[in-house]
Design a protein around this ligand. Structure first.
Ligand SMILES: [Mn+2]
Length: 360
């Protein structure tokens, strides 16, 4: 059931504004909230309330500021928030693109913009306060007409998460189950053989040294199984084997790609997710790597997804705003889905003022 401590909780009743991934873009969030009619305390004249879809942090310039704002609104009962994969990574002590502000050291894939300008956490107490807040967040929220999760609604995973109260405990339990499954399927021997073949050909999975990196099926099957961890699946979506050529992203060659899980969503209840970057102006998704298969390929900017149109993906790539000093041809924006109106409200990226950003 949706007990207070369950990781699946009851979504607010009444009119809502659901907001996708923010990634530290505080001025853009503030501008969107004002545009939607919220005051500084998160009060709305029509009694509307906010729902944040996770990925509050990383990449952008003021992750601590975004969390402070969201936490304040949650504590005042004006907002709810689910956990995203970026918060999950910080809870697990894993670095991710754009997490230098939190981990205090460079992340290999980060550009100079991030190293120089992100507002960092100042003290261990501040870092712990962020982790304490993340630990209070549910994985999913639900009511009769709406389901909210960061990346994917999957009944098997939701059923597991419904019975759990600790994200990390369930994550670890799922890792153990998957490790046993990898052994049971005899994947270890096949992976060792594939790795030996790569060594013979002088190929390194962590280096983009070859355009013709071979597809390694067993390594891919392991990736797919690992992504089936219920917590991972709900916060970053399922994966399936690439149909051929591997691609290089996040510092390694990948044998699996993100799935179009919404094509199999037959539920009657609308699901709202963020996570998958799309553009307000052009069809398809936005990937940092053009070689990466695009799960949103060919899909119009505001199209509803799935056979019954029951899935809303509302991440309009404000997380790409950190490339603001590079050549960015897309226009990152932050969107809100107004419910029950089922209408999108867009806020274009707002550049921060110099004052709001301390040196890193
Ligand atoms: Mn995400």
């Amino acid at each position: 059931m949706t007990a207070l401590t369950s990781l699946v909780r009851r979504l607010f009743e009444g009119p809502l504004d659901l907001i996708g991934d923010i990634h530290g873009e505080l001025p853009t969030l503030q501008a969107l909230l004002a545009k939607l009619g919220y005051d500084e305390q998160g009060e709305h004249p029509d009694g509307r309330r906010l729902v944040f879809l996770g990925d509050l942090v990383d990449r952008g310039l003021d992750s601590p500021g975004v969390v402070d704002l969201v936490r304040r609104l949650v504590e005042r009962g004006r907002a709810q928030c689910v956990l995203g994969n970026h918060e999950l990574n910080l809870m697990r002590g894993k670095s991710k693109e754009g997490s230098r502000w939190f981990i205090g050291k460079d992340v290999e894939s980060d550009g100079d913009d991030l190293r120089m300008r992100q507002r960092p956490v100042e003290t261990d107490a501040e870092r712990q306060a962020l982790l304490d807040f993340f630990a209070t967040l549910p994985i999913a929220l639900e009511r009769e007409d709406l389901r909210v999760v960061h990346a994917c609604w999957d009944e098997r995973a939701v059923a597991l998460v419904r019975e759990a109260s600790s994200v990390i405990a369930l994550f670890d339990q799922e890792e153990e189950r998957i490790s046993r499954e990898i052994v049971a399927q005899g994947l270890e021997g096949r992976i060792a053989a594939e790795n030996a073949g790569l060594v013979r050909e002088d190929l390194d999975r962590l280096k983009k040294t070859s355009e013709q990196f071979p597809f390694c099926e067993a390594i891919g099957e392991k990736e797919v199984l690992e992504q089936g961890n219920a917590i991972r699946q709900l916060t970053s979506g399922p994966q399936s084997l690439v149909g051929g050529k591997p691609f290089f992203v996040g510092g390694k060659w990948r044998m699996s790609k993100r799935d179009r899980w919404w094509d199999g969503y037959e539920g009657e209840t609308v699901v709202v997710v963020g996570h998958y970057w799309r553009s307000q102006h052009t069809a398809g998704g936005l990937a940092t790597n053009p070689d990466e298969p695009d799960p949103l390929a060919g899909i119009e900017p505001t199209a509803k997804l799935g056979p019954k149109g029951g899935v809303r993906v509302i991440d309009y790539s404000v997380g790409l705003g950190y490339k603001r000093r590079s050549q960015v041809e897309i226009e990152p924006s932050l969107a809100a889905l107004r419910w029950p109106e089922d209408a999108l409200v867009f806020q274009a990226l707002v550049a921060p003022t110099g004052d709001s950003v301390r040196g890193g």
